[in-house]
Ligand binder design. Structure first.
Ligand code: ATP
Ligand code: MG
Length: 1044
């Protein structure tokens, strides 16, 4: 819905051209006929009752209006509610929503729309929702008990209601307070034709189930009750039964307990039943007329319903106790008086019940005292009323409306114009009607109508409504807004509409003629003490609590304040309250008297528009400025819109404001600079500023958010880091501690083991386990000692051939014993060797050499071992002849014996003497002592011997020696072992070489040119050594030697 998109007429009357009463009405009519019921005058909403449900309400529309500024969408109550709520929330200004208009103009509906809008846009959450629910649900309860069908309005508010909704600083609703003003209680006992009693009575009869009705001792038919107008028990379009359920439900939501709901209904039923108490006239013995209750079940049932003694009730209804400080006088009441008393009781009960309900609601929705609150007040008070017969109720209702008009005038017309003058803004005064004079006429403390009425009520002597009227006539004979038959007569006016008992006041909204009948009574608002006392005695908690003054202990003779005075003071409080808040106006207009949709009664609307001062309102608005603010606050609010003034500005508020507006390029005719305030002409400019501010705030909020988030993250990070460091240090510490603990434990364990080991080592000797070892080693040692000592004493002689050796006493010493035996044997050998002479050593060396050469090779060797090598077997020493054989050779003869030489040719043997010297072997024929053969040891190539016991051996000559000699020598010696041993030693000594001695049975013997193969075989003796050696020539070249 774009701005002013195809508007019907003008949406804001400020834009109306030309501006006349007629054009204004035409515009309203045009819009009304197009179902555009809302029109603005600046920020004031004019609402024309459509008398039909229009599709412009509900969540969808609420959402639209909450996101837009005031002039962006079509005029609507939601837009006004939105502005009020936003400035409450954002600018911290308490708000009030003043809904005015005559009865049936739509004030109550408007107030509900405002409340439902605010409830929809403010806060969320379970708690908040329950607060909202309670606030909203207070409406059906209060309407049921305080509204009634009148001829003007099927749901007319018969009480004034001002509700403060309280919010916290974020705009979340916390609760509220309901203040009620003067319930029209006369309706309880009497209604005009075509009107009904309060809804609750009809709702109860229609909606209660049979059981409840029975419990309340009621009948369903409304015509059974004297207090209910039988002709209009139903209202078109109103479902009493379902409304009853809604009310019950709402009471439960608000927090009424089941018991409380039941008691409220019982008291309501009591009122109905009181109306049916019939009084009959009686006469006392002295002829004075008295009254009594006519027989019937009613009074009995009342007694049962609320726990009352019916006799006492009867007495209280039919008699009056006059009490002075000194005495008590009981006077009987006549039927009229008794009926009056009954009705007064019914009205009082109902009125007090209504007040109790309001208080009970307040108890549920009240906010704790501690919190700082923002408040939005919604005022929905009974509208201005002109009836056929206007009484005290209409008088106070109209007085209240007069006061509200005054608020409107004060704030929107008078105050505004005065302000322009004060601020030095060029201004042409707009005329308007100031109703201050009428308010004064009614409320002046000494000379007001209400003061007069109070005076009359309190005055001693005969007092009546007519004395009161006379007083008024006297006092206000010259007053422009007061008329009566008397003043008219004085001015010679004739007016048949003015009754004798009437006075007329020219209210801002029209002239109203009031009938003074029962003004005094209604103002006194007295209930006979007998009645309050009997009510207090009831066994009904709620009813009893409604009449605290009935308690004899509480009884006071002091008069309560009059109804007029009470109302005046509560209106004064209300006015004070409203002045303290930022007002938002909804001006309700009733399009016709018939509650008909689509009917626009020109006259009716014209009257309303006139007395509402719509035209003046438009004029002032047009000429004036929609908004003003002191420079400081304005700058504070908008300085973020200019780079020059944000974030700081030092050159004064006014200059700052100028700068901001300049920077925003606001047209100069849109603003005026007063002495202390800036004035902004059109709301549009203000909304522009607000929008700019909203956008800027978003940016700033983002900046703050950004900074804050950064800060939060940083601190969070730092905290985390700190914590992490702490945790890790703890962790590390702990780990090291554990490790240390482990190490320490290990060290201690090792220490303990080492110490233990050491200790065990030191103490092992003391241990039994060590003892075994010790014992065994001791035993072992002692055995060894014994063994060694035994051995020492039993050692064999050092003779080498003594082979005795004591055996080891125990097996375990066997090895040692063997070793020792070896050692000892070696020792014997050494001893033996030490005793040997040099010759013996030489002999042994020869023996050793013989052993090396022949041991295990030649069978005759073993026999040769024990036989001493004599060397000289031919007696060479003492035989010089033999000595000569030696020739000229120097040195001793190593060996001299007789050998046999085997002839190689025939195998025969011949003796020879053989001498062995250091260098030669000399063979001599014993018989022919000269013939001798000298063989140089040097020319010996080797020697061959047999392995048998024989003495045969062959001296092999080397090649050189063979030349010129006869060849090898085949000889037989009896001492072949000794001979060959000595020969070998001589060769070694002379030539430094080993003489090769071959043990063999087959060898060849060389001659000059040829050689003979010798084969040695063992004779049949088998080696016994008994036989003789024989050589047999076999052929020319073979020689067979048979050995024994
Ligand atoms: N905005 C609306 N839309 C539809 N119907 C409406 C609207 N406003 C009022 N009405 C109708 O007009 C009737 C009277 O309105 P409402 O009760 O609000 O008047 P009022 O100004 O409170 O009168 P009173 O002073 O008697 O209490 C309502 O019951 C309803 O039927
Ligand atoms: Mg109303």
């Amino acid at each position: 819905m774009p701005l002013l998109d195809n508007p019907v007429g003008v949406e804001d009357l400020i834009l109306l051209e030309p501006l006349t009463q007629e054009s204004l009405l035409k515009n309203l009519q045009l819009r009304f006929e197009s179902k555009e019921i809302y029109t603005y005058i600046g920020s004031v909403v004019v609402s024309v009752n459509p008398y039909q449900q229009l599709p412009i309400y509900g969540p969808e529309f609420i959402n639209k209006y909450r996101d837009c500024t005031f002039f962006e969408l079509k005029p609507h109550i939601y837009a006004l509610a939105n502005v009020a709520y936003q400035s409450l929330r954002d600018q911290d200004r308490d708000q009030c929503i003043l809904i005015t208009g005559e009865s049936g103009a739509g004030k109550t509906e408007a107030s509900k729309l405002v409340m439902s809008y605010v409830a929809a846009v403010c806060g969320k959450g379970e708690q908040v929702n329950s607060v909202k629910e309670q606030l909203l649900q207070s409406n059906p309860v209060l309407e049921a008990f305080g509204n009634a069908k009148t001829i003007r309005n099927n749901n007319s508010s018969r009480f004034g209601k001002y509700m403060d909704i309280e919010f916290d600083f974020k705009g979340v609703p916390l609760g509220g307070v309901v203040t009620n003003y003067l319930l029209e209680k006369s309706r309880v006992v009497k209604q005009l034709k075509g009107e009904r009693n309060f809804h609750i009575f009809h709702q109860l009869l229609a909606g209660a189930d049979t059981q409840l009705l029975k419990a309340l001792k009621l009948e369903r038919d409304p015509s059974s009750y004297a207090y209910l107008n039988a002709d209009v028990s139903e209202v078109g379009g109103m479902d009493d039964a379902s409304n009853f359920r809604t009310v019950q439900n709402a009471m439960a939501v608000i927090g009424f307990s089941e018991e409380e709901i039941r008691q409220v209904l019982e008291v309501t039923a009591l009122v109905l039943k009181l109306g049916n108490v019939e009084l009959a006239s009686e006469f006392q013995a002295n002829g004075v007329s008295a009254s009594g209750i006519r027989e019937g079940p009613g009074i009995q049932e009342i007694g049962e319903l609320v726990g009352l003694n019916s006799k006492e009730l009867e007495r209280a209804l039919c008699a009056r106790t006059m009490e002075t400080a000194k005495e008590k006088v009981v006077t009987a009441l006549n039927v009229i008086q008794a009926q009056y008393a009954r009705d007064a009781l019914a009205k009082n009960i109902y009125n007090r019940l209504f007040n109790w309900i309001v208080n009970r609601i307040n108890e549920s929705i009240k906010v704790g005292t501690g919190e700082k609150k923002k408040v939005m007040g919604v005022l929905d008070i009974y509208g201005f009323e002109i009836l056929q017969d206007n009484s005290f109720e209409q008088f106070v209702i109209n007085y209240c409306n007069e006061k509200l008009q005054q608020v409107f005038i004060e704030i929107t017309l008078k105050e505004e114009q005065e302000e322009y003058a004060r601020e030095g803004i060029p201004w042409r005064k707009v005329d308007y009607f100031d109703n201050g004079i009428i308010c004064n006429l009614i409320e002046h403390n000494q000379r007001g109508i209400l003061a007069m009425l109070d005076e009359e009520c309190l005055r001693p002597g005969v007092v009546s409504d007519s004395t009161f009227l006379a007083k008024l006539n006297q006092l206000f004979s010259k007053h422009d807004h007061y008329e009566s038959k008397v003043t008219q007569n004085a001015q010679r006016q004739y007016d048949h509409t003015m009754g004798l008992s009437c006075f007329r006041i020219s209210h801002y909204a029209g002239k109203v003629t009031y009938n003074v009948a029962s003004f005094i009574d209604k103002n006194n608002d007295l209930l006979f003490r007998d009645l309050s006392q009997v009510m207090w005695k009831a066994q009904h908690t709620l009813l009893r609590s409604l009449f605290p003054e009935g308690d004899p202990k509480q009884a006071s003779l002091k008069r309560p304040p009059t109804a007029g005075a009470q109302f005046k003071s509560s209106v004064a409080i209300l006015m004070k309250n409203l002045y303290a808040k930022n007002p938002n106006y909804i001006r309700c207009i009733k399009p016709n008297e018939n509650q008909q949709r689509g009917q626009f009664s020109w006259e009716l609307v014209a009257t309303q528009s006139q007395y509402l001062g719509l035209l003046e309102n438009v004029r002032v608005r047009r000429a004036g400025y929609a908004y003003r603010q002191v420079y400081g606050l304005f700058l504070e609010r908008y300085r973020m819109l200019s780079r020059s003034t944000w974030p700081s500005w030092k050159e004064g508020d006014r200059a700052g404001v100028k700068k901001v507006l300049e920077d925003l390029a606001v047209a100069s005719e849109e603003v005026a600079f007063g002495k202390t305030k800036i004035f902004i002409r059109s709301p549009r400019t203000l909304f522009f500023l607000e929008e700019q501010r909203r956008l800027k705030i978003q940016q700033l909020a983002t900046l703050i958010q950004k900074t804050y988030r950064g800060w939060r993250c940083r601190t969070h990070y730092q905290l985390m880091r700190k914590s992490q460091i702490l945790i890790s240090s703890w962790f590390r510490g702990n780990r090291q501690k554990k490790r240390y603990g482990k190490m320490r434990a290990s060290a201690l364990l090792i220490q303990a083991f080492v110490r233990g080991w050491k200790a065990r080592k030191d103490y092992r000797k003391y241990f039994r386990s060590g003892a075994a070892l010790l014992l065994s080693s001791f035993i072992y040692k002692s055995l060894a000692q014994k063994f060694l000592l035994g051995l020492k004493n039993n050692l064999p002689s050092t003779k080498i051939l003594d082979h005795k050796w004591p055996a080891a006493p125990y097996k375990c010493f066997n090895t040692a014993n063997q070793e020792l035996r070896q050692l000892f044997y070696r020792y014997q050998c050494k001893k033996f060797r030490d005793r040997l002479s040099a010759e013996q050593v030489e002999v042994l060396r020869e023996k050793l050499c013989a052993s090396e050469l022949f041991k295990d090779r030649k069978a005759s060797y073993p026999q040769s071992v024990p036989i001493q090598f004599r060397g000289d077997y031919i007696g060479l020493q003492g035989n010089p002849k033999l000595q000569k054989l030696k020739g000229g050779e120097e040195g001793p003869v190593l060996m001299a014996e007789t050998v046999k030489k085997v002839n190689r040719g025939n195998g025969k043997t011949s003796s020879r003497i053989l001498l062995l010297t250091k260098r030669h072997v000399i063979l001599t024929d014993a018989k022919k002592s000269q013939a001798r053969t000298v063989i140089e040891l040097d020319s010996l190539a080797g020697v061959s011997v047999t392995s048998f016991k024989d003495g045969l051996f062959c001296l092999h000559m080397n090649e050189m020696a063979l030349v010129g000699s006869k060849g090898d020598f085949l000889l037989i010696s009896d001492h072949v072992i000794e001979l060959l041993t000595k020969m070998s030693r001589a060769v070694l000594a002379a030539m430094q070489r080993q003489l090769p001695i071959t043990v063999t049975e087959k060898f060849s013997v060389k001659f000059k040119e040829s050689s003979v193969a010798v084969k040695v075989i063992q004779g049949p003796g088998g080696g016994g050594g008994e036989g003789k050696l024989s050589c047999k020539k076999k052929g020319s070249r073979n020689l067979e030697v048979t050995v024994p």
